[in-house]
Design a protein around this ligand. Structure first.
Ligand code: PLP
Length: 414
């Protein structure tokens, strides 16, 4: 069976089959991991040709695994095909971590003096890298809460290069209208005098492209910590970028240059995880709905945030309905009684594990203000709605009654 002999397939089938050619791997039914660092040329001239091909920026030649690797290429091709077949030259790039995917995007596009607009709060690591770029390279930063606020930056100069979004935000689960931000960027691009494009990048980690497709809302670059739902089992660290070839090309070149690629093993595991992503996401969403419903009625819980329980008359509900088709398994809530109560609650959990990260089959809980977002100044954190007693819960795929029972007994101890 050859790639060319495969029929036109739906995304679920492409998630299992696309891009792997058994003939090239001794007809192994499952893609084997190719561990080789380098690839043999048939002659000295052949090796020279391979290098010339690489220098021209084209794909398809294997020389050295930092530059191109067969498992990585199959996995990248599969993610692009499954989620963005309708785009012009859709591509994806795998990286060694989510932070590397974010840093590559920022570093590939930004120059000293450029302005980045971002909605807040952002993941602590992203915020940290932006702050580092500000200090070290004079990148200008300005934050906003909603797409409507972008107008306050108008008229804006050519300095604006990138609008960086997280929707929903981590950990406060606030939505921002991706389409409206993209329309702002498009209008700004038309007004620029330098002929460049005002880019929109979206960290879509919390949703996955299964539940939300920012590139169809007008964004140019979609970023993932593949460590989370895409990997899905809490056993690997990786990043993924999605976008049209023209927007990913500078990022791909920088990845090769500074070595931010992923190894063959993780690339194979990420293509395996893609096979079950839809099933896992459906289960995460359903479990989270049950858990959120339970929490919403508990007397020790306040300020519950869950995308499935938004006020149907709110702007947040309108945005959520427009740009996504599910909630993911993320919930945030405060336990009444401050940090002391939050710590006690977390210490009482038995099945739900006390750890950072999210998106695995196992449920995880943490208090972001004291952990993932502790690098942000207390005053700033407060302004962003990250209180000391805020709990972030990543609802896994276990039986939801077991998750609820564990939360119930821990809340009862307060
Ligand atoms: C929303 C979001 N983006 C990016 C990252 C960074 O990803 P990684 O830990 O894979 O580098 C994280 C990590 O928690 C995250 O939650």
């Amino acid at each position: 069976m050859d790639k060319n002999s495969l029929p036109k397939m739906q995304p679920e089938s492409n998630a299992v089959h696309y891009g792997y050619i058994p003939r090239l791997s001794e007809y192994a039914a499952v893609m084997p991991t190719i561990d080789s660092t380098s690839y043999i040329a048939k002659s000295a001239e052949g090796l020279e040709r391979k290098f010339a091909h690489l220098r021209s920026g084209k794909k398809g030649e294997l020389v050295y695994s930092r530059l191109a690797q067969p498992n990585v290429e199959v996995s990248e091709g599969r993610y692009a095909k499954v989620f963005y077949d309708s785009l012009q030259e859709p591509e994806s790039i795998l990286t060694c971590s989510g932070m590397e995917a974010i840093a590559l995007t920022l570093d590939a596009y930004l120059r000293p003096g450029d302005l980045v607009l971002f909605n807040e709060p952002l993941y602590g690591g992203t915020f940290g890298h932006l702050k580092w770029l500000e200090k070290r390279y004079g990148i200008l930063l300005r934050s906003f809460k909603s797409a409507k606020e972008l107008k306050k930056f108008d008229p804006i100069s050519d300095a604006l290069k990138l609008i960086f979004l997280e929707s929903p935000t981590n950990p406060t689960l606030e939505e921002v209208d991706i389409e409206e931000c993209a329309a702002f960027a498009a209008a700004h691009t038309r007004e620029r005098s330098d002929g460049l494009q005002t880019l929109v990048a979206v960290d879509n980690t919390f949703m996955t492209p299964y539940l939300q497709k920012p590139l169809l809302q007008g964004a140019h670059i979609e970023i993932h910590s593949a460590t989370k739902y895409l990997g899905g089992h809490g056993d690997l660290v990786a990043g993924l970028l999605l976008g049209e070839k023209r927007y990913l090309a500078p990022i791909r070149a920088l990845r090769s240059q500074r070595g931010g690629t992923i190894d063959a093993q993780r690339a194979v595991r990420l293509s395996k995880s893609l096979e079950t992503l839809a099933m896992r996401m459906e289960r995460h969403c359903e479990n989270a709905k049950q858990v959120a419903w339970f929490l919403s009625k508990h007397s020790k819980v306040q300020n519950l945030r869950f995308l499935g329980l938004l006020d149907v008359n709110s702007e947040q509900f309108r945005i959520h309905q427009k740009q996504s088709c599910g909630t993911s398994g993320m919930i945030a809530f405060e336990v009444i009684g401050g940090l002391k109560a939050a710590r006690k609650f977390l210490n009482k959990l038995r099945m739900i594990m006390l750890a950072v990260s999210l998106g695995a089959t196992h449920s995880l809980a943490c208090h972001p203000g004291m952990t993932t977002h502790s690098g942000i100044e207390t005053k700033e954190r407060k302004r962003m709605g990250i209180s000391n007693n805020l709990i972030r819960l990543s609802v896994g795929t276990e039986n939801f009654q077991d998750i609820i029972a564990d939360l119930d007994q821990a809340l009862d101890s307060l």
